[in-house]
Structure formats: structure tokens, C-alpha cells
Design a protein around this ligand. Structure first.
Ligand SMILES: [Zn+2]
Ligand SMILES: [Zn+2]
Length: 349
């Protein structure tokens, strides 16, 4: 079958590889759509997971198939696996975890000692015709939801988990630093949770427009306006939760903490530059500063339920649909070098 594999930094190749075979407890899926994620771009640009990398739980040498935000249709299941009829639309939760370490035992398998991602570190990936994954990582979509929408569940679950990390409650006000795909997923998810006032800070015009279209109450260009002042004009006491989705380091941490009410929670959801800030403010404000990694337990099911009942309408995140052979040029390179007008580019393998 055809598969897009990473052979090194900026070296993606469309390889012919053997079709994956069912193992005990797995489901075989014909992939229909696979999104390109920020972590895919980091990996592509820097070759973070080199072809020689062997994940201890997967045991596969590279070049590794790419794509961890994917959905498709069930082809067949291993004996004893039930609930996935042939042709059913499914989204995949692409986490690799051991199931036995202390964190896995508590259900925090996103914090597994041997944590990894299918589609980055082996175990197949969404940028190939077929993939075989453990049944407990396969989520069936309700009737009427397409495989394209299903491919958006993964980034939405990243946002959903971050809202849980903030203990967000109905009516809470929210500020999001960075209006890229994860920032916009945070905005959509916050609104689905019933957040009150929402604000997004973003330098690129195309993304500010997208944030407005997605219903942000306030959109700020941080090169033109002081984010803390702009937010506090609307919410004088400060907001309940703020999210860092820009990765710009020190320039983000000031507004991230400065917009919060005393006792509020800031959640870092970004990979990026280091940030410098004065930790004394955590003492005088009892602000919680924490992080959020991927998702676990209820995140995928809750996102799928919100998509099914219409609280989450994410399809406008999809800005292009391209075939596998165009993925490097019109997908990865376009996202790295473009003007920021693309949100999610979906690849059809
Ligand atoms: Zn991702
Ligand atoms: Zn574990």
C-alpha cells in the first residue's frame, strides 16, 4: 500500500509498504482523511523522530508512517473485538501507552512512562491507505458524521483536555493566546462548554478573522494593542482561564498570566520557545499555571457527543483537502511557509 513516510528532516516520501495485518485486539481501518498537525510540522522541519527511532512499545524501525489525526472506515476486526461493523465511521485516538505503569493504571495514559504517538513513532499512521490499531483506541462516530469531521476529533480532544485541566465551568470567561488550529479548537470547545466571554490574541490577520467567524467576543492584534488592557476593558476583574497556544515564549506568558483573575488558571498547550516570568505573581494571585498533554479517558467520547448534538461544529476548520501525493508540497510546505490562512489541511490517502 502507499504510505507517506519521514526519511529525515524535510524528506517525506511516498513509499510502497506492506499492508498492516490484524493482531489480537485490533481493528483494521481504511483511512479516508488525515490532518496535518503542528507537531507533524515540527517533526518534518527538524526530523525530531528520526528513521532510526524505535519506540519501546511498538518496536518498529522507521522510516515511520506519518499522520495521527485520522479517521476512516472499519475493514475488519480481530476475533473477539466487537462493536465495529464493517464500514462504520471511526476516529482514532492515536496514543501509545503501556497500560501497566502507575499513570496508566490511574487512567492518565497520556502521561504513560512510555508515552508515544501512532503516526509519529511507529504503529502505522493516517497518511497511508490502511492502519491497524488497538480496539480501545478506536471510537465509533454516530450516524450522519462524515470521516472528514471525524478526522477533526483528535485536535478538538487536545482542546477539550485543556479545558478540563482548567476546570472550566459554564459561564467562565476565557482568553486564548494564539489563533492557530489548536487556538481555534480551544475557542470552539470553550463555546461548546458554555464559556462566557471569549477572547483570542493573534498576530496574523487571516487567523483573527477566523476567530471572529468562530464567535470570539474579542479578537486582539497583540502588535497593536496591549492584550491585558484590552481584555480587562471587557472583564475588569480578569478571566477565569487562559490558554497558551502560540509557542512564542516570553511574549505569551505576560498576557497569559496578566489577563487572569486572582485564583484563575493558565494552561500551556503549546510546544515552543522558553518563557521568562516573575514567579512571585503566582504567590500573590494564587494563579494556577499548568500544562495539558494530548487527551485521555472521557475526552474523545465527549468531543464526539458534542459534535453529534451540534454544540461543536468544526467543519470550517478544514481549509483544504488534498491527495497523498501532494502532501509535502501543498500540505507541509504550504503550512510552514504560508500566510496562516490555512487551518486544517486534510490528506486523502
Ligand atoms: Zn496533533
Ligand atoms: Zn503506561
Amino acid at each position: 500500500m502507499r504510505a507517506l513516510c519521514l526519511h529525515g528532516a524535510r524528506d517525506l516520501r511516498l513509499d510502497e509498504i506492506p499492508e498492516p495485518q490484524l493482531r489480537p485486539g485490533t481493528v483494521k481501518i481504511k483511512v479516508e482523511w488525515s490532518g496535518i498537525c503542528g507537531s507533524d510540522l515540527h517533526n518534518y522541519a527538524d526530523g525530531q523522530v528520526p528513521p532510526g527511532f524505535v519506540h519501546p512499545l511498538v518496536g518498529e524501525k522507521g522510516p515511520h508512517v506519518q499522520g495521527h489525526e485520522f479517521a476512516g472506515r472499519v475493514v475488519e476486526c480481530a476475533p473477539g473485538v466487537e462493536g465495529f461493523p464493517e464500514g462504520a465511521v471511526v476516529a482514532v485516538e492515536p496514543l501509545i501507552s503501556c497500560g501497566t505503569c502507575a499513570q496508566c493504571q490511574r487512567g492518565h495514559y497520556n502521561l504513560c512512562a512510555d508515552f508515544g504517538f501512532i503516526g509519529l513513532m511507529g504503529g502505522g499512521g493516517g497518511m497511508s491507505e490502511y492502519v491497524v490499531v488497538p480496539a480501545e483506541r478506536v471510537h465509533r462516530m454516530p450516524d450522519g458524521i462524515g470521516t472528514d469531521t471525524a478526522a477533526l476529533v483528535e485536535p478538538l480532544a487536545v482542546a477539550w483536555h485543556a479545558l478540563r485541566r482548567a476546570n472550566l465551568r459554564k459561564g467562565d470567561s476565557v482568553v486564548i493566546i494564539g489563533g492557530g488550529p489548536i487556538g481555534l479548537c480551544l475557542l470552539l470547545a470553550a463555546k461548546a462548554w458554555g464559556a462566557g466571554f471569549t477572547a483570542v490574541s493573534e498576530v496574523r490577520a487571516a487567523r483573527r478573522k477566523a476567530a471572529l467567524d468562530f464567535g470570539a467576543d474579542l479578537v486582539i492584534d497583540p502588535t497593536e494593542r496591549n492584550v491585558v488592557e484590552a481584555v480587562r476593558e471587557h472583564v475588569p476583574g480578569g478571566v477565569a482561564a487562559s490558554f497558551e497556544a502560540s509557542g512564542i515564549g516570553t511574549a505569551a506568558i505576560g498576557p497569559l498570566l496578566g489577563v487572569l483573575a486572582k485564583g484563575g488558571t493558565a494552561v500551556n498547550v503549546a510546544q515552543g520557545r522558553a518563557a521568562e516570568f516573575h514567579q512571585s505573581m503566582l504567590m500573590v494571585t494564587e494563579i494556577n499555571l499548568t500544562g495539558s498533554l494530548a487527551y485521555n479517558g472521557p475526552d474523545f467520547p465527549e468531543v464526539i457527543a458534542a459534535v453529534a448534538d451540534g454544540r461543536l461544529r468544526p467543519d470550517a476548520l478544514i481549509t483544504a483537502r488534498i491527495p497523498l501525493e501532494d502532501a509535502q508540497q501543498n500540505g507541509y510546505e504550504e503550512l510552514l511557509n504560508g500566510d496562516g490562512s490555512h487551518m486544517k489541511i486534510l490528506i486523502h490517502p
